[in-house]
Design a binder for this molecule. Structure first.
Ligand code: PHE
Length: 344
């Protein structure tokens, strides 16, 4: 009997329970009416009278210890449960991870910011345009190659019509300028940012859509020198105070004279490197004095007013600023690429 009491005592001291069900099962095993301790009380009858006092004390002690141990386990168990269920109402909800801005948006905003400091305001227009606003009023001859199916996406007005219609996806945001010139009176000083479309095979260097920011300034006595100075200011603000510009003669139907502008290579500083093909210069935009024909077709008196215009590709500027070589990265939505602009 004494041995049995001793055995049970050490079992009880080591008891562990992982769940409420386990704890209850143990209670039944030891403390219920049919449990091990009750069995001892039943056997007590058979204990010799001289041992009764001692054995009785021990059994009572065992019962007490067992009850204490169960209370202890129950308390432990309830504390753990309460901890798990505890809610900190001061905690923020799901952590908010900050998104990143698309590099093209960053650069577009920067271009707009630089020009807005010298009085340019933003104008936007439709991406689905008509021939008149994209080409006609901009002095494109009817047979100009830009109107060709190879460059321009035409929209079929009606099902079944195969031949080109005059509804198309704009190939440049100069279309917004024609809309502004026909609806506003000079002085006009606007920036036209937006997406444009050209029918090109997609590669690292070309895409069927890209983004432009074009600018237009029309007033009395606007000169090529004004254009040059404005673009020099832009280049220095965008690429650093040491940046130099050069203007090369070029051709656009809507400007005369026309030029293309290079900036001193911002990678080698103009000494020549792989990026600028050893020339020290990289091309960034097209520009020129608005052709009088364009002013007239938009209802502006070309004897009274002159103007300049310029247009640049946002992807090109972004490439120069952030060295993004493959144009396709801009539209693939790969977060590994986009996350790099986190700190901007
Ligand atoms: N519209 C021209 C283009 O898309 C850019 C440009 C704008 C050139 C204004 C000269 C003046 O290529």
């Amino acid at each position: 009997m004494k041995e049995r009491i001793q055995q049970l005592l050490s079992q009880i001291q080591q008891l562990q329970a992982g769940s409420a069900e386990e704890l209850e099962a143990l209670r039944i095993k030891y403390l219920s009416k049919k449990g091990e301790i009750s069995a001892l009380f039943n056997d007590f009858r058979n204990v010799a009278p001289e041992d009764k006092k001692e054995i009785g004390m021990r059994i009572n002690e065992l019962k007490q210890q067992a009850q204490n141990r169960f209370e202890e386990l129950k308390a432990q168990f309830e504390a753990a449960k309460a901890e798990a269920e505890r809610q900190d109402l001061t905690c923020t909800a799901d952590p908010v991870t900050l998104g990143t801005r698309h590099p093209l948006s960053l650069v577009r905003e920067e271009i707009i910011d630089i020009f807005s400091r010298i009085g340019f305001t933003v104008e936007e227009g439709p991406e689905v345009e008509d021939d008149k606003h994209v080409f006609g009023m901009l002095n494109f001859a009817p047979e100009h190659p830009a109107r060709d199916m190879q460059d321009t996406f035409f929209i079929e007005k009606e099902e079944g019509i195969q031949k080109p219609t005059d509804i198309l996806l704009r190939t440049h945001t100069s279309s917004v300028q024609t809309r502004v010139m026909t609806t506003q009176k000079p002085p006009i000083r606007v920036l036209c940012p937006g997406r444009v479309y050209r029918n090109e095979a997609i590669s690292a260097r070309a895409h069927c859509f890209f983004h432009q920011v074009e600018g237009l300034y029309i007033d009395k006595n606007v000169s090529f020198a004004d254009l040059r100075q404005t673009l020099l200011y832009f280049a220095k603000e965008m690429f650093g105070a040491d940046t130099k510009i050069r203007l090369r003669p070029s051709y656009f139907p809507f400007t005369e004279p026309s030029a293309e502008m290079d900036i001193s290579c911002n990678i080698c500083g103009g000494t020549g490197c792989g990026f600028c093909k050893q020339t020290g210069w990289v091309e960034i935009l097209g520009c020129g004095m608005v052709d009088p024909n364009v002013l007239e077709s938009c209802g502006i008196d070309s004897k009274e007013y002159t103007g300049y215009a310029f247009g640049m590709g946002v992807e090109r500027i972004t490439n120069l600023k952030y060295r993004v070589k493959d144009l396709r990265l801009f539209s693939e939505n790969d977060v590994r690429f986009l996350n790099q602009f986190q700190s901007c």
